[in-house]
Design a protein around this ligand. Sequence first.
Ligand SMILES: *[C@@H]1O[C@H](CO)[C@@H](O)[C@H](O)[C@H]1NC(C)=O
Ligand SMILES: *[C@@H]1O[C@H](CO)[C@@H](O)[C@H](O)[C@H]1NC(C)=O
Ligand SMILES: *[C@@H]1O[C@H](CO)[C@@H](O)[C@H](O)[C@H]1NC(C)=O
Ligand SMILES: *[C@@H]1O[C@H](CO)[C@@H](O)[C@H](O)[C@H]1NC(C)=O
Ligand SMILES: *[C@@H]1O[C@H](CO)[C@@H](O)[C@H](O)[C@H]1NC(C)=O
Length: 746
Amino acid sequence: MSISKSSRLLVFALFIIVGCVVQGMDRDENEEKNHFIVFLQNKPVLNEVDAVETHLSVLMSVKKSHAEASESMVYSYTKSFNAFAAKLSDHEAKLLSTREDVHHVIPNTYRKLQTTRSWDFIGLSSNARRRTKHESDIIVGLFDTGITPTADSFRDDGFGPPPKKWKGTCHHFANFTACNKKLIGARYFKLDGNPDPSDILSPVDTDGHGTHTSSTATGNAVEGASLSGLAEGTARGGVPSARVAMYKVCWASSGCSDMDILAAFDAAIQDGVDVISISIGGGGFNNYSDDSISIGAFHAMKKGIITVTSAGNGGPMAGSVVNHAPWIVTVAASSIDRKFISPLELGNGKNISGVGINIFNPKKKMYPLVSGGDVARNSESKDTASFCLEDSLDPTKVKGSLVFCKLLTWGADSVIKSVGANGVIIQSDQFLDNADIFMAPATMVSSSVGTIIYTYIKSTRTPTAVIYKTRQLKAKAPMVASFSSRGPNPGSHRILKPDIAAPGVNILAGYTPLKSLTGQKGDTQYSKFTIMSGTSMACPHVAAAAAYVKSFHPLWSPAAIRSALLTTTRPISRRLNPEGEFAYGAGNLNPSRAISPGLIYDLNEMSYIQFLCSEGYTGSSIAVLAGTKSINCSTLIPGHGHDSLNYPTFQLSLKSTKQPMTTTFRRQVTNVGQPVSVYNATIKAPPGVKITVTPTTLSFSRLLQKRSFKVVVKASPLQSAKMVSGSLAWVGDRHVVRSPIVVYSP
Ligand SMILES: *[C@@H]1O[C@H](CO)[C@@H](O)[C@H](O)[C@H]1NC(C)=O
Ligand SMILES: *[C@@H]1O[C@H](CO)[C@@H](O)[C@H](O)[C@H]1NC(C)=O
Ligand SMILES: *[C@@H]1O[C@H](CO)[C@@H](O)[C@H](O)[C@H]1NC(C)=O
Ligand SMILES: *[C@@H]1O[C@H](CO)[C@@H](O)[C@H](O)[C@H]1NC(C)=O
Ligand SMILES: *[C@@H]1O[C@H](CO)[C@@H](O)[C@H](O)[C@H]1NC(C)=O
């Protein structure tokens, strides 16, 4: 059970309920009610009307009347899940969770969100080989902040009618003209019923995030796209002929709620999407049966739909990766070969290359330069002024100047603008590997550069400086962004996560006309395209690549598509990325190779169920997660033990820092390359690790033939928290099928 307070609390709750009946339920009515999702023990799914009635009757057991039950019922999930969402007090939730027919109850949580040069950089050029006809049958569904229906990226010139399998809808909504043959679906989910004053109850995107991710995945080619001349070029999605469907689940003030995410899965699976792209952070769930994204994605997988998610922006902390269920593709963010600098010139002639995006050309040669702490409004605000916080600066002392301050919260550009300063130099040792957009001349520098600036300010009576408009430079790439969440996987020590890296730093894509570029008070900058960074931007690159692979292989399972993406990556330099595979998984996305992987590691629903059994999940919690009837794990754990999930990467977690350890991985590959072909094993083992593969040669005589092999990894002890890696590559005449092998000590 998820609501796992002590049993004493349960007794207390029961007491209250009994007491309430006697006292007319006053207590109960005053108690705060929150949203919960109630999962029922799975029965064969009834028809919709019966399911709703069943859900209501369960809910009535803790409510006074049918009317009260209906009123507190928020949603019945009737298509893929046997569950409902309702407004409950904590003790009502607890009572429900003790019912025989209720499996478990989880509190609804709110999650955060976390050019297109990027496609060229990873080798999918605008004239790449395509099966346009098939591509136009692929539907990519995104769960996000909505979409901009008027954006050029989603015009439907040249598109035929939606694919026949499409069952989705697109009504007229507020501020949402209509769908078309490109943007074929748009819905919104806001089940908590609270109005969101800064958003619009419509699939329209008031944030920009959803327009950005959907145009990165599926946008038409739009020539001459740029952010005020920066990153200029043709903006295009990875699969410009594919269709797009938006499921708005993220709202300006409240974020993205589990109830809405689950409802979006219920709808998208029924609607007939092929790929689901979710650029939403996880709630730090380590139990897959408590996590709406993991539950939804399992049901999607059963229907052949691949779910691609972002790994999270919690890096570089170890173990910060989210959305790590083995049936999901988890995407880290890497850089592309360009960066944006905002140069700063000091009055003494010294040039500094700060980071950030400001699209302002200086009007004067030099501006007076002051340090925030020296121009405080009064003696009490001296500390806050050194961070340029609101109401801390003296307008008469900063008018027309550049202000130097340290980063505490975002928004210094808005603050200095409101007091009439010209611009701001922000010192920070974080956030320097991607460029943020500012609403006033601004640049970011490290603390060592900050010291140089501060020393200069103190060295002269009339310090001056100027910030130039941002320039684009070549950069060494790919590097995994520092914000990108790292492994090891907190959900299972046997599965390597993140799975793969894709461009997520300084990505130019579509934006909304409903929000200024920074969204800050006083910002009057608007643009059809903007630059964003995050694993949110990396995720739609992989979702589009999955759609691209599917357009060549419409019948492949989600696991087969993931295998193709993972075994064909470009390796990333571990020297430049010290966390290695825990930062980038199998490597950097390489879509043009992924359509022809040679061999695939396939997996079906039962393999995941066996895996969950071997991870210690109970049969009944697996039944809820998987939407199956009852599961008896003792009949399902395969004889050859633990490491038999046919995953395309290998991870061994050592049990001790003293003893060596040996593990056998069993795997099976399916031939999807040349019918008659031979593959030889090439092994790279790190020092202290012995890796053997048997057999060392796999011979195939026909397509779809399967061959099994085992990999024995013998590792000497490692220092705690250390990770070493090698690889296994099956090398054939035309293909190299590469898998990383990771050994670490928790
Ligand atoms: C996950 O949570 C479910 C439901 O609360 C519980 O039955 C199961 O044992 C948990 N699994 C693990 C591995 O913790
Ligand atoms: C949205 O539509 C409403 C009703 O038509 C209109 O009053 C409002 O101005 C629109 N808002 C935006 C941001 O376009
Ligand atoms: C600093 O940069 C400015 C503008 O790009 C340039 O004019 C100036 O010559 C540079 N100064 C030095 C010392 O390199
Ligand atoms: C599960 O299977 C085992 C072995 O066949 C059997 O002994 C056990 O009773 C079964 N458990 C349930 C709950 O059916
Ligand atoms: C595999 O190994 C065999 C025997 O060493 C060799 O003849 C063959 O050329 C190799 N095949 C490939 C694709 O490297």
